[in-house]
Design a protein around this ligand. Structure first.
Ligand code: BGC
Length: 747
């Protein structure tokens, strides 16, 4: 099949019709020209292939298959290799099942812990989300199966998800909400993106030309195709014009007619339609070329992989000498989730798992069990509670399996609060009171408030860890696997602490991202706010030490790359994986910036006593912020601190480098522009320097002496705040001179 040749042969009617699907999961076929229909299925953490009647909410049954850890867990691995292994396995399964495209990964940002779909998203940090996404996409597509990064963009809540508008400024959009998508386009080379249902600043993503063409194609160089989220089309012809290629689902409701009419009445150019059709045909062509006939998968190996990955993803949040548990001790598992783990979320990503493994099943005779609470109720069942307390009091150690029940979080609905069910909180409090060797194992797609945290000495977070979550929990609890996950999001103490608190989920379909770029740790760290667990936090059964932080230069321009090396040593007596996090902070800036931002990371296995040297390369983006005046990322010259740490709050080594920005912001100077603003202007800066040089009267040093210590700096600040107009009021120049100065600076 040759996409370009086929396009030439297609009639206008055929082209218009081709831009929507055949049904819920297939593209249209065109027998006359030998174009077959291809299938796409939901992911992202398993294959949800519906063979009969389709639906996008996971209500109808799909094939039985393996459920891997969800994105919330996956990102906590802080390991690109985890994503590569998962992407490869899913690619092979898609080949075996004749699926040309998997709908994932989900790249939206965790703006609030309340987003019902947070389990399907990676992080509050765009760099981490982008790196995880890009590795997954590369691996999946390496098997000849297209990825479809979703939901592009700013679909960060479920309330009014199909019709609301996310309102945010340009800097926030580019600095926080787009970079993960940019990474899967540029690094991952994703073949497809799914546009979100919602609008951005009033313009629906499905017809947002700025998003789908100006940014995606013109700026990032995307050459794949864009599909709607299921049912996201508003104006179909406007969509084609904006850069939207395929409408899904297709079938009777599809809008080919509308496209046809628009071309006929001249409101849509046929060449725009041709672009969309060619993008789609190219996808089909490539899928056919990369189809692996006779592919199969080894289900057992996939389940083993799911277990392994769940072990890599879990985060040991707290451990005051309790874990690992020792076999032979009298251990009791408490809580219904030990028997029936919560391991995936509800909605379109729901995988039909024949046999999820529970921790209880895996632990077998190593433990006894008390149900503790009814997972379908929030009320305490006194009989269950008493039975659990008796078992806890008699045990050497107990483990309470707790977390968010299914009804608390789901696609299509946001959480209403950040609490655990009251019966679980009461159980944990009381168990910890009768047995000081209590561990809590947490299941959920997002953080909860933990009122008992001070009284519980150990906590392990599984997130929603896939079908093998129970087995992996046992591996970790008994030290067969050394925990190595790190939090991809901050756990605030209270919901009220979250920066989006006053603006989530918005009002009347409009949500204002008033916190701007200060999302997640960027906010908590700036405010120096106490949190339960910071971004990047996670413990191990061994200890690591960092040393020898070096950079290959101390001064550079933003056109150069910086190599950073650091040694990490396993100083404990158990093999384990260290996660090295590299943060960059701007020491002084004229715009608001976070204290530090994650710019790279690596996970490395170390035997006891072993040291490895890690190397990172930083480029302009590691130092830049998005400057709306130039509509681009921009580096302000100055010192930056490279920090190597174990979380955004635990920086172990630091080193300064000076980076010179090579672009300048040119803007129009007026009478109200300040001297400080002038310093940022190429010609203005020269003028200010000259003016300071020529200054008559007492020198700064003389004035400073007269005014007291510290006044030199203060005077400079005062001067930088002065508008140009005041040069006239203070008699430094005439109004006419100022006018001609401004004109010459603006030339
Ligand atoms: C979801 C998508 C999903 C699609 C198809 C939509 O409702 O938002 O993530 O891929 O349905 O099931």
């Amino acid at each position: 099949m040759n996409a370009k040749e086929i396009l030439k042969e297609m009639t206008l009617e055929e082209k218009a019709a081709f831009c929507s699907g055949r049904d819920f999961w297939h593209t249209k076929k065109l027998d006359r020209l030998g174009v077959p229909s291809v299938m796409m299925c939901d992911g992202p953490h398993g294959l949800r292939k519906q063979e009969g009647e389709g639906d996008h909410l996971g209500i109808n049954k799909s094939i039985e298959t393996v459920c891997y850890p969800t994105a919330a867990a996956l990102a906590s691995s802080f390991d690109r290799d985890v994503m590569t292994r998962l992407g490869k396995a899913l690619g092979q399964e898609c080949q075996a099942e004749n699926v040309a495209m998997l709908l994932g990964p989900g790249l939206n940002i965790k703006r609030s812990p309340l987003c019902g779909r947070n389990f399907e998203y990676f992080s509050e940090d765009p760099y981490l989300a982008g790196e995880m996404g890009a590795s997954y996409v590369k691996a999946l597509q390496g098997e000849g199966v297209a990825a479809c990064a979703k939901h592009f963009a700013c679909n960060d809540q479920e309330t009014r998800r199909m019709s609301g508008s996310s309102e945010l400024d340009e800097r926030t959009l580019h600095e926080i909400y787009l970079p993960a998508f940019e990474a899967v386009v540029k690094k991952g080379k994703t073949r497809s993106l799914m546009c979100a249902y919602n609008a951005i600043n009033g313009s629906y993503c499905a017809e947002n030309r700025y998003l789908l063409t100006d940014i995606l194609r013109d700026r990032w160089g995307f050459d794949g195709f864009v599909v709607t989220d299921w049912g996201a089309v508003k104006g179909r012809a406007r969509g084609v014009q904006a850069g939207l290629d395929l409408e899904m689902p297709g079938g009777p409701g599809a809008t080919g007619e509308e496209i046809l009419e628009a071309v006929k009445d001249g409101s849509l150019k046929e060449e725009d339609l041709d672009k969309a059709v060619l993008n789609l045909l190219s996808f089909v062509e490539r899928s056919l070329a990369e189809k692996k006939e006779g592919a199969g998968i080894d289900r057992k190996a996939c389940s083993a992989l799911a277990r392994d990955l769940a072990g890599e993803c879990a985060v040991l949040l707290k451990n005051e000498g309790i874990l690992p548990l020792k076999e032979g001790q009298k251990i009791v598992f408490i809580g219904e989730f030990a028997e029936r783990p919560r391991y995936q979320g509800a909605g379109s990503s729901h995988i039909n798992v024949p046999h999820p493994v529970s921790a209880l099943e895996e632990a077998g005779s190593l433990v006894s069990y008390a149900r503790g609470y009814d997972a379908h109720s929030e009320k305490t069942d006194e009989a269950l509670l008493q039975e659990a307390l008796e078992a806890a009091a008699a045990a050497d150690a107990c483990v309470v399996f707790a977390g968010l029940p299914d009804v608390f979080e789901s696609e299509g609905a946001d959480r209403e609060h950040m609490h655990l069910p009251a019966n679980q909180n009461e159980l944990i409090e009381k168990v910890a009171a009768v047995n000081p060797r209590t561990t809590v194992v947490y299941h959920g797609g997002s953080p909860a408030e933990l009122p008992w945290l001070d009284r519980v000495p150990a906590m392990l977070c599984m997130y929603l860890g896939g079908e093998q979550s129970g087995a992996a929990a046992v591996d970790l609890l008994f030290g067969r696997v050394n925990p190595s996950g790190r939090l991809a999001e901050t756990w605030p103490i209270r919901l009220q602490d979250n920066p989006s608190y006053l603006n989530f989920p918005g009002e009347d379909g409009v949500v204002t991202y008033a916190e701007g770029i200060f999302v997640g740790y960027r906010y908590y760290d700036k405010k120096e706010m106490a949190v339960n667990f910071p971004f990047g936090h996670g413990l191990s059964y061994t200890d690591f030490a960092f040393s020898n932080l070096k950079t290959d230069k101390e001064r550079m321009t933003d056109q150069e790359a910086l190599t950073v090396t650091v040694d990490v040593t396993n100083t404990g007596d158990m093999a384990g994986k260290a996660v090295v996090q590299l943060y960059v902070g701007d020491t002084e800036s004229t715009v608001r910036r976070p204290v530090r931002e994650l710019r790279d990371f690596a996970k490395v296995l170390l035997m006891p006593g072993e040291t490895k040297t890690l190397s990172f390369t930083l480029d302009k983006r590691a130092f830049a912020y998005y400057e709306p005046k130039v509509h681009d990322f921009f580096v302000e010259s100055g010192d930056f601190v490279i920090g190597i740490g174990e979380s955004s709050r635990k920086i172990c080594l630091e080193k300064k480098v000076f980076v010179e920005g090579t672009t300048t912001i040119s803007f129009t100077i007026t009478e109200t522009s300040t001297i400080g603003q002038l310093m940022k202007h190429p010609k203005g800066a020269a003028f200010v320097r000259q003016m300071i040089g020529k200054k008559s009267g007492p020198t700064d040093a003389q004035q400073a002496e007269a005014m007291g210590e510290g006044s030199e700096k203060m005077m400079q600040k005062m001067m930088f705040e002065m508008p140009l107009g005041s040069l006239v009021s203070y008699g430094r120049m005439s109004a006419a001179q100022l006018k001609s100065l401004i004109a010459s600076l603006n030339e």
